[in-house]
Design a protein around this ligand. Sequence first.
Ligand SMILES: Nc1ncnc2c1ncn2[C@@H]1O[C@H](COP(=O)(O)OP(=O)(O)OP(=O)(O)O)[C@@H](O)[C@H]1O
Length: 631
Amino acid sequence: MANPTLGRVRVAVALAWAAHPVAAAGAAVLGVLAGVAPVATAWLTKLVLDALVQGAGFAALAPLAGGLALAGLAVIVLPHVSDYVEAQLRRSLRLLIYDRLFRAVNRHPGLSRFENPNFHDTLRLAYDSSHNAPDRLVIGALAIGQALITLAGFAVTLFAVNPLMVAVILVAALPSLRIQLMLSRKRAEVMWDITPAMRRQVFFGDLLTRPEAAKEVRLFGLGDYLRTRMLDEVRGINQAERDVDRRTLRSQGVMALLGSVVAAGGLLWAILSAASGGISVGDVTVFVAAVAGVQAALTMIVSQWADAHNALLMFGHYTAVVEAAPDLPVPDEPLALPALRDGIELRDVWFRYSEEHPWILRGVDLFIPSDRTVALVGMNGAGKSTLVKLLCRMYDPVRGQITWDGVDLRDASPDDLRGRIGAVFQDYMDYDLTAAENIMLGDLTVAGDLGRVYDSARQAGVHDTLTALPRGYDTMLSRIFGDRDEQAGVALSGGQWQRLALARAFMRQRQDLLILDEPSSGLDAQAEHEVHTSLRSYRGDRTSVLISHRLGTVRDADLIVVLSDGRIAERGTHDELMAAGGEYARLFTLQASGYESGSPDGPGDDGPGSGDDGLEDRLRTTTPSTRSAGR
Ligand SMILES: Nc1ncnc2c1ncn2[C@@H]1O[C@H](COP(=O)(O)OP(=O)(O)OP(=O)(O)O)[C@@H](O)[C@H]1O
């Protein structure tokens, strides 16, 4: 079996090479030079001193002094050049890694990964570690290479003076390596453990600053509560980090003590040997430099090794994201999805979000004929939005199948399928972009076609609103971003945002299936009427699936399907369902009576006269004009 550590090293080195070959090669060469320079300095110092003691002349000393000056220059200049080249490499790596990471994220055609906390933890660590893990690894490897060269040079020097000392220093360094590796593993584990807390900390911090949340935070007085929750998370994170830091301090203290004892012993031996004439004064200087050099090189190797080891463990999260299989199986040779001619069929479809969750759809059989409108109605949580998510193949049914003119959606490419669908979801997005961009996103293949953008906005009844904005369609629709040279962006109302979402869906003019999940829930009565008239003409003879709790807006659908408890409880046209006198008829009558009677009791489930009589009395006596105006 392939070694995962080696595999990650290969991936990281290949990434560095792909990101910036010149900077990667330059960093390697500079690393070698920086490794050689201190050894050369020490040797040249010894040679100069010995030559001086032996009374050598200018001709012998000049090249040595020149070499020493050059080596000294290299020791001073090389780190700065290395810093520059490594920063260059790091920037190129960051760009490449983000590109690969987010390409990998985009490769998941479904939603399940994005609803999985483990995926978010991995993604967060992949994101954080990809900032620095590969360059920590590559630069760590270079630093180790450089230190190994220094080590080898000094070890040879030291060996010439005192072979035993080499053995003592090397053996003393072994426990340090082991402890550092153990600490790096511990640090990686702690990072994984505290990631959920870090995400929650960001979440609470966001709530305290996001304009969408600011209203409720102020109204309910949540500021201190959220701040305390955020600080609790930070305290937990600090505690975990402090524990590792303490362990590190204890272990490194012991190791540093051991190193000092070894160095002091060596120094004592060198002084005594020189005093008794066993070694020269030059030998003493080179010995002292070599002991310090070997110890520094070993410390560098051990700490860089541990850091690279930790970077490798963290980099595992990046490789996990980049190498993850798509969350839904995508066929190698997908079947073509032709323009819808016959219809979409759900055959005995069962679905639950995971094995721990309850069944949401329990054996749904439904045919959505082409060129017809099917309305889905039912109580909150009945499974209507889930069903449309399956139609878009955001998930696969756990049992049963969904076919498009006989082709199982699993055998088609999700991109093909979505290219044939236009949708407005209940939880549509508000993008902090310009008004034009908010609409263009509906069909990027015609992104430059402003005429299409204006037409879509007209159909959604939002064109006049957008042209009246300070910069028309170029106005930034955001409360947190603005143009550099102007004030903050403009905020739209909820209903205006909803019309914008509709305009986005209208950008796709040739789609075969139109899905509208509560498309007018945020609109005023007049706007709702206009939008539904516009939708009716837009739907024309398109295949549409319409979800709405306002049953008046679905009564002209070709087929109305009532979902209840994950099953289809009733189906038929409005007239058929009303005649059947079932759940649909009950809900429709309830809503209609609420509008007709003008009575506050009308829409309530418990019928007339129910509820808090005292409250009713108070409302009647204190706000009569508001209530009648509200009808
Ligand atoms: N991502 C999810 N993970 C787990 N459960 C979910 C998820 N999304 C929805 N559910 C659950 O599935 C059930 C059906 O939800 P769904 O949104 O499909 O209902 P709905 O009929 O559209 O309701 P509403 O009328 O309120 O919009 C609910 O009980 C909900 O809690």
